[in-house]
Design a binder for this molecule. Sequence first.
Ligand SMILES: [Zn+2]
Length: 405
Amino acid sequence: MRQNPANAIKFYCMPVLLLAEVRTIMEYECDLLCKLVAIDTDSTQRKNYNKIVELLICEAEKAGLKAEKVIDEKGIPHVTVTFHEAPEGKKIVFLTHYDVVPAGEGWEFDPFKPFVKNGKLFGRGAADDKSNIIAALAAFKEVLEEKLPLKINPVLIIAGGEETGEGESFFRKIDGDICVVLDSGCEGLSIGASGVARLNVKVIGKQAHSAYPFRGINAIYQASKIICRIEEIAKEMEKRVISKFYAPTHYEYVPRRVSVTMINGGIAANIIPSECNLLVDIRTIPEERAEEAAEELKAAIEDYAKRNGIEVEVETKVFMDGWYTTDERVIEKFRGILEEVLDGEAKVVVELGGTDGVFMIDRMPVIQFGTMREENNIHGKNEFVYLEDVEKVKKFVKMIITSDL
Ligand SMILES: [Zn+2]
């Protein structure tokens, strides 16, 4: 559909440049963000990966920075941006990604023809995560232009294959002293993330002709009782299992969350089903082991089933444990920087979802910040970013690289 994104840049970025207030404040950021959004980097097809990598290298070099293309063992290209002259000091790694999830249906405009309206820039990837690439690049560029002394050795990594998880092996090889993941929200200083475990619950009944339901045991009816019980357990766990860390949104503190997310049962319209399968998703707090949370839920389901004469087989699977940065000195240093950027108090939060920090935390402290807010519709239709938030992330990065960490 989009054979020539270069033309789209020309036509659709023009109005951006005509918006006087935006032009004066953030011309560089708007212009470059439009260029990036106009390139569809659909991660499910590894679309235009080389094209965007070349553009990023070209833009970084134009800004006076050193840019390199790194191809990982899966053939995915990534970009590293550094300063030509940087002190030997601490290596601070800023993590971003250029790939996006597919646009999907229902957009009110072409997701790859970005435009600016009322201080927002619209398009797929505008928030997740191209705005954060731009914020970091702009920060690096300004530090050079303003000849600010670097106190540390900053490295900007612009990765591919993040959305599909293909980038994991690349992330795991990155070394450094502190990692700043620029791929999350701006509600606070994020220092960790929740874990994930899942349960497969097989509810077993007895097959029969539906004209004679009394001869069978309907597994779907049995499963519905189990579902209701899981909902009760979920509410109880959400109140009882609570992290010491603030949540970025909705909750005050991050709780354990349990949801039935899939159901599958029945084979024909005239058969009483003998089996119904449920999938239960658990989001754990960072302080607990995901396996223990899964085992606790398994025991509760088995106990309810036994007491009610329902036959179940429950299997648990852990996907990842939650994690958090424990280096208090680093947290306080970054909190101080963020408070200066926000000109107010900054909460220390942990993510409700997962982040790429999980691939780094075994080697260095991880701090997370970014442009994303709930209303930005990342991964949904009509994605946008507030330009104000791009500015905020830029300031944050700029202050980090000119601070004595
Ligand atoms: Zn992202």
